[in-house]
Design a binder for this molecule. Structure first.
Ligand code: GLC
Ligand code: GLC
Length: 650
């Protein structure tokens, strides 16, 4: 039997294991290793089984897990046990996240620690601190070109600062999310330096080629990620005298996961950060982990096997830690990053809901929810015990990655509709007050993405300049509307730093030679804390947004049906301006909340008949967010322009 092969291998590994490991009391470790080893062995074998050194590599793999378990602080081991017991912990509605750049938010890690009360004031209890690992000065893609995976950027602080931050956050019940940039390293990483100096071992950590033969074959089917600033997927390295695969920027070298040594190194790094106190790890650019000639080199089957293997191994050493998949890909592909099967093939517990994000922006531009409804209808149901990160803005651009078929079903022509969206958000369209910038324009495919801060994209910047109070009020309403939807949808809402106080575009990147070509920097601001302090002064824009979000977050945390157990039903209604869905309780049928969002500037009505069994006719409805009943006129619910309701029966 196949299981027996894996048992035998495990016995052999344990017999040979280093004395430093075998001498320790590793009871929980061995229990988990035994439980996961069949899956680990099968996956490792499928990926690397044809290598002569397979047994040695398997030994290394187990020792990496064991060594990191030994180093795992006792407090974190206790947390692992607690989370194993309360295994749905991350599905709860009580989590509300924020993503931020440490430098832009608070200067450095110590500054960030001092700002923890800000999160508590707002109600945020999950903080994604974007990459803080050591990067070369200059070309670092905002921290995503790492030159040392086990050290911190000196401007931000030290490893001790991270550990102190993690502890301070734990005391306040705030989860820490850190990035592990698994797909590539900086060209200044030690591995790249060794490869450059001719060391074959490290050349094998990357994809390097003497001639253009293979690169040219790859190029035939690989798209370009940064077509303007980094065209092509290979870079000539003069010193090494070889081509190297660089899918993102030319200074980001793609790691070669067909080499098990790379897998084991990266697993060690993941476990290292788990041991520094990260609760959640964001695995960057996971769609790109496997490269195959003749394919787009995204979403390959092996990329999924690698993630499954990472998950199984992490479950042995640090089971309390969950993964976020950053895979900004088509909906049918995106869904696969949760895994294929919750029992035998789990991958990442959390994934970015990029489709939902893009659909929300479509609704903002068109002022109707047609494509949003259609797109959500086509979004496959995800695995149980997996959840979305629902977001409006993040540090990256907005890609209009919805499905062409959905666009057609809404009677739009895909290319023209996308052009309309780009024109709308870059302010070229009549009546648009958006101040976005194009990103990643690709002359060959016609593709364009969009940069810009939330506030500037919804017209706040323009309205403030014109001192147009009505337009300011509308922009604020749209900001709140979008948050009202992501807070209720199911999943972890992830706010973006600055958005809770209406931070506008920041043009200062244009003066910086290493940033000026990359418009994403327009929405990676440095928080001006004098402005942020206005959040407590009624009458200011900052107050209007911040106080409303604070309330929204507090209310969300009390609404049990907002926890994510795939307990949502999309409700198609006749009025195209409305996005309507219901959230229900799997065990308590009487508990339900109806979410109604109006993307039009004008008041809209919703015929109560459209809602079927979602509203009992004679019971009053209460909007939980505002704590009062909505207006009803002629058997229709009235929803003011750009507003939303979280309705429950009173
Ligand atoms: C991720 C990051 C993005 C970065 C890219 C390459 O997608 O979110 O900012 O440019 O990876 O590392
Ligand atoms: C693409 C990639 C994503 C990356 C982004 C950067 O969408 O899929 O990983 O973050 O480009 O703009």
């Amino acid at each position: 039997m196949y299981e027996q092969v894996s048992h035998t291998l495990l016995n052999e590994i344990l017999n040979r294991i280093k004395p430093e490991i075998s001498e320790q009391d590793l009871r929980h470790f061995y229990t988990r290793l035994g439980a996961n080893f069949y899956a680990i062995h099968s996956l490792f074998e499928r990926l690397y089984g044809d290598r002569d050194d397979f047994a040695e590599q398997a030994q290394q793999l187990v020792e990496t897990m064991a060594e990191n378990y030994i180093k795992r602080p006792e407090k974190l081991r206790q947390l692992d046990l607690a989370r194993e017991n309360d295994y749905n912990w991350f599905l709860s509605q009580k989590w509300v996240g924020m993503a931020l750049y440490c430098e832009g938010f608070a200067g450095n890690l110590q500054g960030l620690q001092e700002r923890l009360p800000y999160f508590q004031e707002l109600g945020v209890n999950l903080v994604h601190v974007m990459p803080i690992m050591r990067c070369p000065e200059g070309s670092s893609d905002g921290g995503y070109a790492v030159s040392d995976f086990r050290d911190i950027n000196p401007e931000l602080g030290t490893l001790e600062d991270v550990v102190a931050l993690a502890e301070a956050m734990k005391q306040r019940d705030i989860l820490l999310v850190l990035d592990v940039v698994v797909n590539h390293t900086s060209n200044m990483h030690y591995w790249a330096t060794r490869a450059r100096s001719g060391d074959k071992k490290y050349q094998d950590y990357f994809y390097t080629f003497e001639t253009r033969n293979i690169p040219d074959m790859f190029e035939q089917s690989m798209p370009e990620i940064f077509p303007e600033t980094a065209p092509g997927n290979f870079t000539w390295d003069e010193e090494m005298g070889r081509w190297v695969m660089t899918v993102f920027n030319d200074y980001q070298w793609d790691l070669n996961y067909s080499n098990p040594a790379v897998f084991i190194e990266m697993l060690g790094i993941i476990l290292f950060w788990a041991n520094q106190g990260a609760d959640i790890l964001r695995l960057d650019a996971v769609a790109f982990l496997w490269k195959k000639i003749g394919s787009t080199c995204q979403n390959e089957r092996e990329a999924h096997l690698i993630l499954q293997l990472l998950k199984d191994c992490c479950q042995v050493t640090a089971p309390g830690v969950v993964f976020i998949a950053e895979a900004i890909v088509a909906p049918v592909e995106m869904i696969k990053y949760f895994g294929e099967d919750a029992v035998i093939a789990k991958e990442c517990e959390i994934a970015y809901n990029a489709t939902f994000m893009a659909l929300l922006w479509d609704a903002v531009a068109t002022k109707n929810a047609r494509l949003l409804n259609q797109g959500i209808k086509s979004l496959p149901v995800k695995l149980e015990r997996a959840t979305w990160l629902n977001y409006i803005r993040c540090h990256d651009d907005i890609g209009l990655g919805f499905d062409d078929r959905d666009i057609l079903l809404c009677d739009y022509e895909p290319a023209r509709h996308r052009k309309f969206l780009v024109d709308y958000f870059t302010g070229k369209f009549d009546n648009s007050h958006a101040r976005g910038l194009p990103f990643g324009q690709n002359a060959k495919t016609g593709d364009t993405r969009i940069s810009g801060s939330l506030a500037s994209l919804v017209g706040l910047e323009c309205a403030l300049e014109r001192e147009d109070n009505a337009a300011i009020a509308d922009a604020i309403k749209v900001i709140l509307l979008l948050h009202g939807v992501i807070m209720a949808f199911g999943g972890i809402p992830l706010l973006y730093y600055g958005d809770a106080i209406g931070t506008l575009n920041d043009d200062s990147y244009r003066e910086d030679p290493v940033k000026q070509e990359d418009t994403r920097w327009v929405h990676r601001p440095s928080i001006d804390w004098d402005i942020a302090d206005r959040r407590n002064t009624p009458g200011t824009v900052e107050y209007e947004i911040f106080s409303a979000l604070k309330r929204m977050i507090a209310v969300r945390k009390e609404i049990e049906v907002f926890a994510d157990f795939n307990n949502r039903e999309l409700i198609e209604v006749k009025n195209p301006h409305l996005f309507v869905f219901g959230r229900y309780h799997l065990q308590k049928p009487n508990e339900q909340v109806l979410v109604v969002a109006n993307f039009s500037k004008h008041p809209q009505h919703l015929n109560l008949e459209d809602l079927g069994s979602w509203v009992a006719r004679y019971r009053p409805l209460v909007d939980l967010y505002r704590g009062k009943s909505p207006d009803i006129f002629n058997n229709s619910l009235v929803i003011p322009g750009y507003e939303f309701y979280w309705l429950s029966e009173g």
